[in-house]
Design a protein around this ligand. Structure first.
Ligand code: HEM
Length: 142
């Protein structure tokens, strides 16, 4: 009776997870990990409806958008049920809200990096052309 519900840890594909989408069998994906929230749903302070809406799906964005507390993140650990088995052709995992910031800043940084390379390459090509041109002019003068 007092024993805690033991969750079986098992890696599943997105397809398999999507089948756990009912009140009696409710899996959620967060940061590429599977959480069995069947027992937790009716204790969720945000209500079970929101969890049911996202049952069997990736709720990383929704979870981050709410700005859940560290305590909520701790709670998650209790319901860990495995990792997502990525199959070829599966959509990319949703980025964490905090990671998104890095991605957007690093992508703009990498954009700048590409631009910088282009400037160096074009600049080099112009300098090379000018050098050849001057060489040819000098050869003509001699
Ligand atoms: C297994 C995953 C989840 C866990 C463990 C969890 C846990 C919690 C906890 C502990 C709170 C209380 C406030 C806090 O400590 O941050 C909370 C609030 C809330 N949660 Fe979740 N949550 C989960 C998933 C979700 C998802 C997917 C949504 C979808 C939108 C959601 C929406 C909310 C909302 C709206 C509140 C605010 C309730 C209020 O302040 O009235 N939660 N959740």
């Amino acid at each position: 009776m007092s024993e805690k519900n033991v969750i079986e840890i098992k890696d599943l594909t997105l397809q398999e997870i999507s089948e756990h989408n009912t009140k009696k069998d409710l899996y959620l994906i967060l940061n590429d990990k599977i959480y069995n929230c069947t027992e937790f749903a009716d204790q969720h302070p945000g209500g079970e409806e929101v969890l049911l809406d996202l049952a069997g799906q990736d709720c990383t964005e929704a979870f981050d958008d709410v700005g859940h507390s560290d305590e909520a993140r701790e709670t998650l650990k209790e319901y860990f049920a495995g990792n997502v088995k990525r199959m070829p052709g599966d959509p990319e995992p949703k980025p964490k809200a905090s990671a998104t910031d890095y991605t957007s800043s690093s992508s703009s940084a990498s954009g700048f990096g590409v631009g910088l390379y282009a400037v160096i390459l074009i600049g080099g090509a112009i300098a090379y052309g000018a050098y050849n041109y001057l060489q040819a002019q000098q050869a003509q003068q001699q």
